[in-house]
Design a protein around this ligand. Structure first.
Ligand code: NAD
Length: 357
């Protein structure tokens, strides 16, 4: 198979972890006799330096041409006081919009060698294996009217949470499709005891569920879900929710994995005629200016993002599993970076994963 992949290393440790992710991608592809065609583009702070904006037109063109995009991270401290529309992070919104990705998938797994790194008791976190599916393009972050108006005691901030049936149905279908390939259970999270958007959400996902009789659906209120993620994370398989609930709860999920450097993510859009998803793959963490340039960033989140890419955008399940198994083997060997209490460099971890594949 030919894999045409756009690489956007971005800023800070983004470039370091992406280098190792690409090493692993090239290695697993060669091992399974696939051809990788890589192009590299600019995004974030480096794009501002070189082109004047965080999401150059050339990057947009490359993203639309590629089968999938692998990103590092964006953000540089020198831009911290710039207005939001000019900052590196705006590049993220640009690429998500251009690719039309509407669901963010975060696999959360408790790896046995990292159980001690989780703040939860071992017996609670052991065996955790879920995917959090966050709706990415709707809800209160985008709804109008919005803004701050008035003065004095009457000064008022307004945001609007709004969802259409179509927006809820497409992300619901994605959750059911994912569950079908896993333990066949979807948990839908809402606040239907208070919010009308949630009442519609619950109604629509229940209708969608009728098309997936082999998958079990249950509903949790978001406040209860926040508790259950800590009390009984093993109960979850695929968990789907609107944008803001997902923003908050996926970070809670992140704690279960031990280090933010471990977490991959996939942002998924339309399904192509060959069944593969349009996808943007990136580790969950940011550009970590505090450790940038020191070759000590944990690359597992970026490497796990390669596994997600192989699975969702190329349908290469065996290859994805080989990467995940190699990550587990390296974790078990203790050849890991400082955030996991190891002594390995970013580069050594990438090389070890290739060797394990
Ligand atoms: P961050 O994720 O960059 O770092 C938070 C902490 O976790 C830091 O102490 C960092 O050293 C550590 N850390 C993060 N990733 C690590 C890894 N792979 N290995 C070891 N340690 C790791 O978050 P932040 O400090 O809040 O943000 C820094 C910059 O990144 C900001 O400009 C922010 O806007 C940007 N950011 C970008 C993204 C993205 O590109 N998707 C996401 C979050 C933050």
């Amino acid at each position: 198979m030919e894999l045409n992949v756009l690489i956007l290393p971005g800023d800070g440790i983004g470039t370091e972890v992406t280098r190792e992710a690409v090493r692993v991608l090239n290695h697993v592809a060669a091992r399974f006799s696939h051809t990788v065609n890589l192009t590299e583009g600019l995004l974030g702070g480096i794009a501002i330096h070189k082109t004047g904006g965080p999401f150059p037109a050339e990057t947009e063109k490359l993203a639309l041409e590629a089968d999938a995009t692998l990103m590092g991270a964006v953000g540089l401290p020198e831009f911290d006081n710039w207005p939001p529309e000019k900052r590196p992070e705006r590049g993220l919104l640009g690429i998500r919009k251009c690719l039309g990705v509407y669901a963010n998938l975060r696999p959360v797994r408790a790896y046995q060698p990292l159980i001690e790194s989780s703040p939860l008791k071992n017996h609670l976190v052991e065996g955790t294996d879920m995917i959090i599916v966050r709706e990415l393009t709707g809800g209160i972050y985008y709804g109008t009217p919005r803004g701050i108006a008035g003065t004095g005691d009457e000064e008022r901030g307004t945001n609007t949470m709004t969802y259409t049936r179509a927006e809820i149905a497409r992300v619901s279908r994605m959750a059911f499709e994912l569950a079908r390939a896993r333990r066949k259970k979807v948990t839908s999270v809402d606040k239907s005891n208070v919010l009308e958007t949630s009442q519609l959400w619950r109604r629509v996902i229940t209708e969608v569920a009728a098309g997936y009789p082999d998958v079990e659906l249950d509903h949790l209120l978001v406040d209860n879900c926040a508790m259950q993620l800590i009390l009984n994370p093993k109960r979850f398989d695929v968990v789907v929710m609107e944008n803001m609930f997902g923003d908050i709860l996926s970070d809670e999920g992140a704690v279960l994995a031990g280090s933010i450097g471990m977490l991959p993510s996939a942002s998924i859009g339309a399904r192509k005629p060959n069944g593969a998803w349009v996808g943007l793959y990136e580790p969950v963490h940011g550009s970590a200016p505090d450790i940038a340039g020191q070759n000590k960033a944990n690359p597992f989140g970026a490497i796990g993002s390669v596994a997600a890419m192989l699975e969702y955008s190329f349908g290469l399940m065996e290859e994805a599993a080989a990467v995940n198994r190699a990550v587990e083997a390296v974790l078990a060997s203790g050849n890991v970076t400082a955030d996991l209490k190891g002594k390995a460099t970013t580069e050594q971890v990438g090389q070890a994963v290739c060797a394990a594949i």
